[in-house]
Structures are given as structure tokens and as C-alpha cells.
Design a protein around this ligand. Structure first.
Ligand SMILES: C[S@@+](CC[C@H](N)C(=O)[O-])C[C@H]1O[C@@H](n2cnc3c(N)ncnc32)[C@H](O)[C@@H]1O
Length: 291
């Protein structure tokens, strides 16, 4: 499937997964894990392949926690309905909202329920097929966050719950694109892995509590196949880097939210767990404004 050229809704190329049954372990092969440089092109290629291969497993494992039409900012379970980082829920009515790295578009479905007009964008065709499977009629666009297929000033708000930003080599390019498609005064709110987590092993238990790497080492985390091609990439930025990127992208940072692990949440999500969540932050949410 090539990238969508416009903002129209899903077409015949997105077949719904009517016959999909949740299961465990349907993901693609894991590659050899290393830390090495990865260009924007290699990162994008790896992300698209990885999320296409692993979308079924991701939705099977996390779909119930995310909910079909909730807006959850990360593994802590912070819900936009209570956080109001995009503004009060009642103020969303009638707004054009772009969700970037939308996955199965759960957040967009919540936005639509508030009366907003969301567009759910993702690089992965398979993730968007899950969006169709769940339904709800949110317009879906397959595209890379670095080249948004929209006219200038098309949206009032942009948001992303762990979508795209952790996976791109050049976040400033993404932020400039988001700024371009936002109208003046629009918010751009995105969540990422909290940068401090990069210093710790990605383990939910006690072994994940001891510093094992330099927080200051920005070398990307890469899983690669036997030929050395990246099959999964995550890019590390320090908190200071992220703030500078936001500013370089043309935004004003108005809040940086570090959700605390709530007592009701007993569920682990990869390396995120109640044990670690009570001691160190797991998610950083950047609330930015395009002046
Ligand atoms: C961790 S999932 C988050 C999805 C959804 N927001 C959620 O909370 O389940 C990351 C999503 O970002 C998408 N993604 C990764 N790189 C991207 C890029 N460069 N442009 C657009 N989407 C991207 C992936 O395909 C995946 O669906």
C-alpha cells in the first residue's frame, strides 16, 4: 500500500479484519539487539515492517487495556478524559484533530465521541486494518509522520500517544510538519518513553531498577536481521534534547507531564510495571503550543 495522498477516509485497500481472532505470539521474528546509528530512512522502513508484522500481537496483548474508544497516554493508564491535556473535553467539539501514530485509532474514537473531527494517521497498514476492524468511521491515512499529506493549517489540534516520535531519527522534522498542518494557537501533545528509562534495563522486575547504561548515550536501540538490516529501531533523546527539539520545531512548551503509577493499575506492559512505576517515571508527555 502506498502512502495516502489525501485526507479522505479508508478505501478498498484497507480490508477490515473480520476474521481476526486475538491470540498470543503472532509477531514477527525478533532481530539481534544492538546500539548503533540508524538513519531516518532505515528507521522508517524498520518501523513500518515491524508494526505490520507485530500489529496483531500488539492489539491482542494491549487492546483490552487501551479500550476501543479510550484515550490512554501510556502504560500508567493516564486517561485524557481525566487529564485534559488537549483542553477540557467539552472544548473539543467541532475541532479538527490529527492523531499521529494512531495504531488502531482508539484515541481518535474517543475524540470523535467528544464531537471532534479526528483523522488517524499511521505508517503501518496492519495497524490501520485493526482500526477498521474496531470500526467507528474515523478517517484513516497511511503515511509517515515526517511527511504529512495535508495542507497547511488543516488542524486545530495534534496528538500522539507513543506514536511515531520514539521511532524517528529526526523528530524536529516531524515537529515542523506538525506545526505546518496546525492552525495558530493549536496544541501538539505527544507522549514518549520517559528518557530516564534508557539508563535502566527494559525489565519490569527488580533487575530493571539498576542503572545499566549512560542516560547521555543517544545511540539508537536497534534490532537487526542476519544481514545487518534494522528490523526495529527506537531513538533516545534526553529530556533536554526533547525540549530543544520542541523549540526547534517551532513550538512553545507549556507543560511536561510525568504520570505517576496509579494504585489501581496492576498490569505490566513490557518493562513498565507497578514496581518500577512507583520509583521512576515511565512516560513523558509534552504539551506544546503553536503560536
Ligand atoms: C506504540 S504504537 C502506539 C499506537 C497507539 N497510539 C496506541 O497507544 O496504541 C506506535 C505506533 O506508531 C506508528 N509509527 C511508528 N513510526 C511511525 C512514523 N514514522 N510515522 C507514523 N506512524 C509511525 C506505528 O506503526 C505504531 O502504530
Amino acid at each position: 500500500m502506498s502512502q495516502s495522498e489525501d485526507t479522505s477516509g479508508p478505501d478498498d485497500a484497507f480490508e477490515a479484519l473480520d476474521s481476526w481472532v486475538p491470540d498470543e505470539g503472532s509477531g514477527g521474528d525478533e532481530g539481534e539487539a544492538t546500539r548503533r546509528e540508524a538513519s531516518e530512512a532505515e528507521s522508517s522502513r524498520a518501523s513500518r515492517g515491524w508494526w505490520d508484522r507485530n500489529a496483531d500481537e500488539y492489539q491482542s496483548e494491549h487492546g483490552a487495556f487501551l479500550g476501543d474508544d479510550r484515550f490512554v497516554w501510556g502504560p500508567e493508564g493516564l486517561d485524557e478524559a481525566e487529564a485534559g491535556l488537549l483542553g477540557p473535553a467539552e472544548s473539543l467539539k467541532g475541532l479538527d484533530v490529527l492523531e499521529i501514530g494512531a495504531g488502531a485509532a482508539q484515541c481518535s474514537r474517543w475524540l470523535a465521541a467528544q464531537g471532534a473531527r479526528p483523522v488517524a494517521l499511521d505508517l503501518s497498514h496492519r495497524q490501520l486494518q485493526h482500526a477498521l476492524r474496531i470500526g467507528g468511521g474515523v478517517p484513516l491515512v497511511q503515511a509517515d509522520a515526517g511527511t504529512l499529506p495535508f495542507k497547511d493549517a488543516s488542524f486545530d489540534l495534534a496528538c500522539s500517544a507513543y506514536g511515531a516520535v520514539p521511532f524517528v531519527a529526526e523528530p524536529v522534522e516531524v515537529f515542523r510538519e506538525v506545526r505546518r498542518v496546525l492552525r495558530p494557537g493549536g496544541r501538539w501533545v505527544f507522549s514518549v518513553t520517559h528518557p530516564v528509562r534508557w539508563a535502566f534495563p527494559d525489565e519490569p522486575g527488580p533487575e530493571g531498577l539498576s542503572v545499566a547504561a549512560s542516560y547521555f548515550d543517544r545511540t539508537p536501540y536497534v534490532e537487526q536481521d542476519e544481514r545487518g538490516n534494522a528490523v526495529y529501531v527506537e531513538h533516545h533523546r534526553t529530556i533536554g534534547d526533547r525540549v530543544r527539539d520542541v523549540v526547534a520545531g517551532g513550538f512553545r512548551l507549556v507543560d511536561l507531564v510525568e504520570p505517576q503509577w496509579p494504585s489501581w493499575n496492576t498490569q505490566e506492559w513490557g518493562g513498565w510495571s507497578p514496581l518500577r512505576g512507583n520509583l521512576i517515571p515511565g512516560t513523558a508527555i509534552f504539551v506544546c503550543v503553536r503560536d
